[in-house]
Design a protein around this ligand. Structure first.
Ligand code: NAD
Length: 514
């Protein structure tokens, strides 16, 4: 039905063509900053008397936009709209829904640089990071559209004499989508279009830190002709909407990505049946990590330093997959640390719109939290470089390395979510693996080694959902590296993988005796 799936290609911004095109998109979006954006409920644009103001993290005087903030009344309206749309959308064929997603992907692609430019202003993503996020959103639409077709066939079961048996999948109903701000388009889109393509309808509550990009997505939804009410946008403050959405007796499932604290809170609340609730809620919580890269004495240290720099400091370390622990065997510890320091000190820091390597972190809360860890790190370990805020009218934090870090120190065991890397010395590879597995998290991890036996051991014993051998530990591709952690990193949904869509369906078995 469709051409084979392949991930969206990336631009090389060292070339003048893509660079000029991106700058053109920034210019166009710059002229639209500061505008007001509605909620979208049942296809209608809805304004309330309250707004969330989105600020450029690199320039605190610049308002990216104001997004209407919903409350209890809008929540009820969104639930009604999603429920009404479900009656129709769930009856569509899988093929028709898949086609809708491919059309949505085409619409996002047509607006690729424009959407990315919004992210540059709202999330402080430099050009490659912003384009990567939009590309991933497109990939989710394309991949799930194709994968959905598989699920319209009945499940394979054995025949039984005198009977006809079939097991088919049916959609669940209305779900709530709660994404984080760090992949403000990709995770929002992926968590919404997966459930939708198999027949569910959703209420999307974006992060209050990135509401404008969510509004831009809804413009694409409208342009692509997705039926009203399939995707509803309910922006608002967590205090007004978070618990209310999770508790709502008509919320069938919750698809959440964010911190462990919020994920556990949601999981617990959703377990309690509310008055009027007639089903068990399904909850998917993809959460944080304390991801480690192990480097042993068999590898080229320059290459290892390059991999560590990309893994640790891309998008200021604000990726759930980011390397926050670098575990090095004793023989090469000092050599790698020296090379890493040199590379990190070469990173250029400045506004995302000028495409700096390191830009601002997302908001004041995160900035203060990271600074708190920097202070704690200075007490617990040896500061090698960085260690504080940088000049500028934004939330700039200098890329930081701590060495001589004890594995039990808070900077080596808690998620910081900023440009901060702890370097830990291991006696040997066994010890390195023991340190790597020594936190409750299990999201991503990596090993750089030329020793085949060690790589094989890591495959078996390194407890993470996504393990990377001899490459960076960030940048999973939809359909290529299904993504999701083990243990306290979440429910292992494996976004962008072949088992994802099944999470949003129920199975019904019909037996007829002849
Ligand atoms: P967060 O937990 O603060 O917020 C996540 C989402 O939950 C936001 O939309 C927020 O508004 C919402 N929320 C907050 N309180 C809520 C409540 N009581 N009820 C319902 N919703 C509520 O996380 P964040 O700062 O937005 O994102 C960063 C975190 O996300 C990091 O921990 C990172 O590791 C994690 N993350 C994980 C993955 C993954 O795939 N495992 C991917 C990206 C980010």
């Amino acid at each position: 039905m469709f051409e084979p799936y392949r991930p969206e290609p990336y631009s090389d911004f060292r070339n003048p063509g893509p660079l000029a095109a991106y700058r053109g998109a920034l210019e166009q979006v710059r002229g639209q900053l500061g505008g007001d954006h509605p909620l979208v409920i049942g296809g209608e644009r809805v304004f309330t008397d309250r707004f969330i103001t989105s600020i450029d993290p690199c320039n605190l005087d610049r308002v990216v936009g104001r997004s209407a903030a919903g409350g209890p009344a809008e929540l009820e309206r969104a639930m009604d709209a999603a429920e009404a749309a479900f009656e129709i959308w769930s009856q569509w064929t899988m093929e028709a829904r898949a086609q809708t997603l491919v059309r949505l992907a085409a619409t996002l692609r047509r607006h690729k640089f424009e959407l990315a430019a919004w992210e540059t202003f709202e999330a402080a993503k430099n050009y490659a990071e912003a384009e990567g996020d939009v590309a991933e959103a497109i990939d989710f639409c394309e991949y799930y559209a194709r994968d959905a077709l598989r699920w319209s066939a009945p499940a394979p079961t054995y025949a039984y004499p005198g009977e006809e048996n079939s097991t088919s999948r049916i959609p669940m109903g209305v779900g709530v989508i709660i994404p984080p701000w760090n992949f403000p388009l990709a995770i929002l889109v992926g968590s919404a279009v997966g459930p939708a393509v198999v027949g569910n309808t959703v209420v999307i509550k974006p992060s209050p830190s990135t509401p404008v990009i969510a509004a831009k997505f809804m413009e694409c939804v409208e342009e692509a002709g997705v039926p009203p009410g399939v995707f509803n946008l309910l922006t608002g403050e967590d205090a007004d909407l978070g618990d209310a959405l999770v508790d709502h007796p008509r919320t069938r499932f919750i698809n959440f990505t964010g911190s462990v604290a919020t994920g556990l809170h949601i999981n617990e609340r959703a377990a309690r049946a509310q008055p009027g609730q007639t089903f068990l809620k399904r909850v998917y919580t993809e959460m944080g990590g304390k991801d480690a890269l192990i480097v042993d004495e068999t590898v080229d240290l320059d290459e290892a330093a390059a991999v560590a720099t990309t893994s640790g400091y891309g998008f200021q370390g604000q990726k759930c997959s980011a390397m926050s622990r670098l575990i090095v065997t004793a023989q090469v510890h000092d050599g790698l640390l020296e090379r890493l320091k040199a590379r990190v000190e070469e990173l250029r820091m400045g506004p995302a719109e000028e495409n700096f390597d390191i830009t601002a972190v997302i908001n004041r809360r995160q900035c203060d939290k990271i600074v708190g860890y920097l202070q704690e790190g200075s007490r617990e370990a040896r500061l090698v470089t960085g260690g504080g805020r940088a000049e500028g009218n934004g939330y700039y934090i200098r890329p930081t390395i701590f060495a001589d870090v004890d594995p039990t120190a808070s900077i080596a065991s808690e998620e910081i979510f900023g440009p901060v890397v702890s370097v830990l010395k291991a006696r040997d590879f066994d010890h390195a693996l023991e340190i790597a597995n020594g936190t409750p998290f299990g999201l991503t991890g990596g090993v750089m080694s030329r020793d085949r036996e060690r790589l094989e051991r890591a495959r078996r014993e390194f407890r993470v959902g996504n393990l990377y051998l001899n490459r960076k530990i960030t940048g999973s591709l939809v359909g290529v590296q299904p993504f999701g952690g083990l243990d306290m990193s979440g429910s292992n949904s494996k976004a962008g993988g072949p088992e994802y869509l099944r999470l949003f369906m129920e199975a019904k078995t019909v037996t007829e005796r002849f």
